[in-house]
Write a protein that binds this ligand. Sequence first.
Ligand code: LR7
Ligand code: MN
Length: 577
Amino acid sequence: NKDSAIVKTVNIMRNNDLKDTLLERRENENVPRNINADKNEHPDGKKEDKQEDVAQIGAPVPRREGAEQKDGPGEGGKPVYIDKEKLTKEQRDDFDKGYQDNAFNRYASDMISLHRSLPDLRETECKKIQYGNHLPSACVIIIFHNEAWSVLLRTIHSVLDRSDPTQLKEIIVVDDFSDFDHLKQPLQEYIDKQDKVSLLRAHERIGLIRARLMGFEKCTADVAIFLDSHCEATEGWLPPLLSRIHENETNVLVPVIDVIDLDTFGYQGQVNTDIKSVYVGGFDWGLLFNWHPIPQEELKRIEYKTYLPVRSPTMAGGLFAISSKFFRKLGTYDSGFDIWGGENLELSFKTWMCGGTLETIPCSRVGHVFRKRSPYKWDVKGGNVLRRNLVRLAEVWLDDYKEYYLQRINYDKGDYGDVSDRKALRESLHCKSFQWYLDNIFPELFVPGEALASGEIRNVDRSMCIDASTNIKDNEGVVSVYPCHQQGGNQFWLLSKEGEFRRDDTCWDTPDGAKVKLYPCHSSKGNQLFEYREDDTIYSPTAKKCVEITWDAKGLQMAPCTGNDRQKWKMTRKPPK
Ligand code: LR7
Ligand code: MN
């Protein structure tokens, strides 16, 4: 039906956006990130005529501090469009630098009040709930590395402006060794003037995981709430989180995370009168987080009530509330995790497996600026940071299921340090098995099981391997070839018993019988059905064609089967057990 198709599309878009970012990150982890002006989608004047009711600015002077202005730029969460043509040379340079430094439109953010108004997108039922006067107290921990001034301060003010002072004990801001000048003395002075806000500094780059732990050590409230440094909390965000912890200390909560547009700072949430607009967290076997709609079973459990807490297998990681005591009991985070990634799944698995519950709270909504690339340096100490974190995660929490992750990195675990403490922690907490977690908390997850073949798919003629494009949007999801790198990743494929070439929920598909593209798996064969034949050709019974590397060895195409070497592919076959 139409509704579910729309939801599916939105979900895929969201997942793909995130996957793009993450894939790009993983591929380029040690490559310095220079902005590519062509790739960057700057807003331009053309958008203006399509938009009504949005702030339109000619040659603005970015403001540093926002006084309230009801119709000012970005008020009500409206997007700010900037006509770059109308900017002076200096302004234009500043505009570009904003993107370069932050991977979002800092220039637009600078024009918006630090106290701007936001839409209240809560379902009407949410506004009727009485949360009582005896809620636990909270500290809000906001960590940052090289955050933009207006973006960081708007995060802080959105919390101060929209939290009941009896519930908000303090805001602890942690600087993870930033080098932007405005984050030095100017930030200290600004924060000194704010009630309830304090600033901690790391004296070397410690990464977001240890930065959160540094803030948490100073938290004396009942509940710790973590936020990224580019968020905006909306009306009523706090009580539903606190009250759920008040009911049960082992509840870990995530607000609905709305999108703040990286180009315009428009607040893009939708009213969730329809439960299908709420997403919960999942993950794939590359151990990357993804979103998916609420499963049918869960919808039934909550009787389709759009304002009730929804169970979520995982959390995105940046925005959540947890009882301080429970967080400590769970052994907080693995402090061996560096810079970015994996801690979200660690805490999610641990919560479920060790006696807690992880939920999304539809009545609590916080915006977050989702970016397409990571603007800061990752390779502070060298090595593959994310992989190291994920190997630690797999070794401690995945039991035999770690195999599926290890396949994906071609068993190249690298030096991941010592995890014996973390294993001992799991023992001492008597946590349940990963099998239990999959069966009971995330039964929807595709588990590879017995694949017919897996690993890289290498052309016998050229030493090129079939590779998922990292930039799905630019290439419209076309599967192509790259030199074989033997690191799994985008060159890891599974041939399922059903005859799909897939990775997680993404399948090869040949909609036009000419190209191989990536689509969500639909398990109804057709364009997603392929045969890996005895003679090493890959055949589509629907298109009646074979997968072939192009003459110039730069691409992949479907062509009439000839059996020549450009149509022969080596992939490790598994003998059926
Ligand atoms: O070395 C670092 N030190 C830091 O202090 C690197 C980052 N940081 C800060 C950074 O300034 C930011 O405030 O850490 C925060 C998160 O970094 P982002 O914004 O680059 O991460 P992200 O939003 O792309 O990634 C998501 O996954 C991460 C995995 O480690 C973290 O858990 C992020 O908090 C998390 N963000 C969210 O959950 C928001 C929703 C996005 C999604 C999905
Ligand atoms: Mn973030």
